[in-house]
Design a protein around this ligand. Structure first.
Ligand code: BGC
Length: 741
């Protein structure tokens, strides 16, 4: 999206107007409270709507660029004006992958950008969505969603474009940080938590980008080729499970094509699968400019987003899909009126189900401290300790000298760019730098160095910016320990050219490690990176983009106040040659049949490739043992229970992972993640964990039979510390069965 140049005063005035309108709209809707089911209420409302009223609901205007022409709009990404005579509130639709997207306005060369909605940045960035997946804790995702939606609601926003779940097929995808990794079950459980948290605040969540929008290169034109069985068992399974868990009010169809058909024109994806097989009752909105004509309505799209309110054209297009053409098509009988009724029913139904009528946004001050703590707790559980030779970490409390090198670690922590960008409270830690298009490179104002100094008050901590490796090495040499902060900025719209850290960061780490054997690397990155220096450093801390209190979380892990408990939600390859596509596909056709459903670790297992770090991996300052495996089967349900014990000397959290293999070689890969649980244990404490496997994870998708099919046989079950460190082995005997698609 291109951004607006808007006066801030206009925004404040329009927010007040919007709040007044929402309240004024309330009474007729409340009169309908005798009908309690959202479907019944939507049907009752439909009876009172004219063709024009219904037509009004299926078009969402781009409010970012054209705020001044939008009375009632608040400068969010999308805006559907209220229908006051019917008591239908406006939809204010805003991005919120990491926090409430709060975009900057470029004030011209040499000046710092300002931003809309608020005076000094008014929303709290969580760690990146990938980092939330690294917590392996749906409750953390729930709390994050609740926090974001609470902030959104106070600003007049009632629809969040949050809930991205595209699988990491392409780790160089610039939006990897906005998604939830490579496994459908992990991604869905975390997304489900986030969606439930958002909707608990009477704000609709939008799961996106449906489907297979897995790279940014040619993002609006690329055609993802993949077989039906493979997509059902991978990307679509992630959506299916997350929708069941979270019940998002809306689904956003993506920009790309799948098997030759645009996502938002794709009847098979939208009508046959989403609304047919999965019985999804909510509405499908397009990505901004993702529509391709009026017949998208017949494919299953319910609302076109990002319409230019002046021309009525779809974003970036010179045509309108659901404007006049929709009324004409209904008039000519090409689209039945009942389809428009269905579109509006779905929209209203979600608005009722999530409580948009009874709970209009309220302009209340933020509890900045409470919200920052939500972000901090998430970061503390997201950080993954990848290496810790000689117990380098935690730093000893009597350490005398610490060198902190690079990554602006004296000032803040990095965040990702694009529509998920959050302009933090207090503004960026250092002047923001504009990316190639609308994106900004923003450091959240949470300094790891200052936070570490608080935890190690007697240590002398010195910062070097890392621009001169020789100077940094000299500082490292004279210090007890050297902490190098390495960063990788990623953003929407741009894929990474490769998996290397950019600039001369690898050389910097080499130089520092050569000068001091007690070198620790802290990574702030969007997705997997290569580590040519791995054998030369003692410790590696994966901090992702750690959000509003990332500095505190990193310092907590380094100093041992926090026992790290994150686990990788993505495989870290040794190099690009190990990937299904050694280079990002630049052609208009991307071939996902290469790996099919064997995404991420499944590909590595199938091809017997040794990754740099496997999926599910992460160390702790404690260690955990597994024992007493029991596997029981009742019909299609397999339950796996076992003991987890904290065999170390510190309290900590562990995430035992249950993997299942299909009989023979019927599965897409040797094993699938079938369950997990994050547990917190005191030293010496044990707990029994019990995981019931979703029958679809025992099945393959039977395309001709149009069902999930469980083969009779013996299913190897393993419980592990990661996908490659499998401690317990058992078996489930399962009878043949089927599951509805
Ligand atoms: C992105 C969506 C986003 C929308 C509105 C699009 O470019 O792909 O994820 O929700 O813009 O900002």
């Amino acid at each position: 999206m291109k951004l607006a140049h808007l006066p801030r005063t206009a925004v404040v005035a329009r927010t007040a107007l919007f709040t007044a309108l929402s309240l004024a709209c309330l009474s007729p809707a409340l009169a309908d409270q005798s009908a309690t089911s959202p479907d019944l209420r939507a049907s009752n409302m439909l009876k009172r709507m004219s063709l024009q009223d219904m037509h009004h609901m299926v078009q969402s205007y781009n409010d970012m660029m054209t705020l001044q022409q939008q009375p009632g709009g608040i400068g969010a990404a999308g805006y559907v004006p209220a229908l006051p005579k019917l008591g239908i509130p406006a939809q204010q639709q805003n991005d919120a992958g990491i926090g409430v997207h709060n975009y900057p306005i470029d004030q011209g060369p040499g000046k710092q950008p300002a931003h809309v909605r608020g005076e000094a940045g008014n929303t709290t960035p969580l760690p990146s969505t990938l980092a939330i997946a690294a917590t392996w804790n749906p409750q953390i995702a729930y709390e994050g969603g609740r926090m974001i939606a609470g902030e959104a609601h106070r600003q007049g926003i009632n629809v969040l474009l949050a809930g991205g779940i595209n699988l990491t097929r392409e780790p160089r995808d610039g939006r990897t940080f906005e998604y939830l990794g490579e496994d459908p079950l992990l991604a869905a459980r975390i997304d489900g938590g986030e969606i439930r948290g958002i909707q608990s605040q009477h704000v609709i969540s939008t799961i996106k980008h449906y489907a297979l929008n897995d790279q940014e290169t040619n993002r609006t034109t690329v055609n993802a080729n993949i077989g039906e069985q493979a997509m059902r068992e991978s990307d679509l399974l992630a959506f299916e499970l997350a929708i069941e868990d979270g019940h998002p009010g809306s689904v956003m169809c993506g920009y790309n094509k799948v098997n030759g058909v645009w996502d938002c024109s794709n009847r098979h994806l939208l009508t046959d699968i989403l609304k047919g097989d999965w019985k999804y009752p909510g509405w499908v909105m397009t990505d901004w400019g993702g529509d391709h004509g009026v017949m998208d309505a017949m494919a299953g799209t319910d609302q076109v987003s990002g319409i230019d309110p002046v021309t009525g054209f779809s974003l970036g297009q010179t045509f309108s899909s659901f404007g006049a053409p929709l009324l004409q098509a209904i008039d000519k009988g090409e689209i039945p009126r009942s389809r428009l009724e269905d579109m509006v029913h779905r929209i209203l139904r979600s608005m009722y189900a999530v409580g948009l009528f009874e709970h209009p946004p309220v302009n209340k001050p933020l509890d900045v401290e409470a919200d920052a703590l939500v972000a901090q707790h998430a970061a503390e559980q997201a950080i993954v300790l990848l290496k810790n030779e000689q117990d380098q970490l935690p730093l000893k409390s009597d350490i005398k000298t610490v060198a902190i090198i690079g990554g602006h670690a004296d000032a803040g922590v990095l965040s990702g760019g694009g529509s998920a960008q959050v302009w933090p409270i207090g503004g960026p830690a250092i002047p923001a730098v504009k990316g190639p298009e609308w994106q900004w490179k923003v450091y959240d104002p949470s300094s790891p160095m200052k936070a570490l100094q608080k935890l190690l008050p007697n240590a002398k901590i010195v910062y070097d910016d890392g621009s001169d490796p020789a100077k940094a090495a000299a500082l490292a040499k004279s210090s007890d320990v050297a902490l190098v902060f390495a960063t990788q900025w990623t953003c929407e719209g741009i894929d990474q050219p490769n998996l290397s850290l950019d600039g001369k960061q690898d050389d910097l780490i080499d130089a520092v490690a050569a000068a001091n054997t007690h070198t620790v690397v802290v990574l702030e990155n969007g997705g997997p990176v290569k580590m040519p220096w791995l054998s030369k450093v003692n410790a590696v801390v994966e901090a992702w983009y750690p959000g509003a209190r990332g500095g505190e979380a990193i310092a907590g892990v380094l100093a041992g106040k926090i026992n790290p408990s994150g686990r990788l939600p993505v495989t870290f390859p040794q190099d690009e040659q190990q990937l299904p596509r050694p280079q990002v596909t630049k052609a208009l056709d991307v071939d996902y049949n290469i790996e099919g459903a064997a995404v991420g670790y499944k590909w590595f297992d199938k091809k017997n490739l040794e990754p740099l770090f496997p999926f599910g991996f992460g160390l702790s300052y404690s260690h955990f043992d597994y024992s007493d495996l029991h596997v029981s089967t009742q019909g299609k349900r397999v339950t796996v229970s076992f003991q987890v014990s904290n065999a170390g000397k510190r309290a900590g959290m562990d995430t035992p992972q249950v993997y299942v293999s299909l009989p023979g070689d019927s599965g897409e890969a040797p094993r699938r993640l079938a369950g997990f649980e994050k547990v917190s244990l005191q030293p010496g404490q044990s707990r029994t964990v019990s995981v019931t496997i979703d029958p679809r994870l025992l099945a393959t998708f039977d395309v001709p039979g149009h069902q999930w099919k469980i083969a009779a046989g013996s299913y190897p079950i393993q419980v592990g510390h990661s996908s490659r460190d499998l401690a317990l082995k058992g078996e489930a005997t399962v009878a043949a069965a089927t599951v509805a698609p």
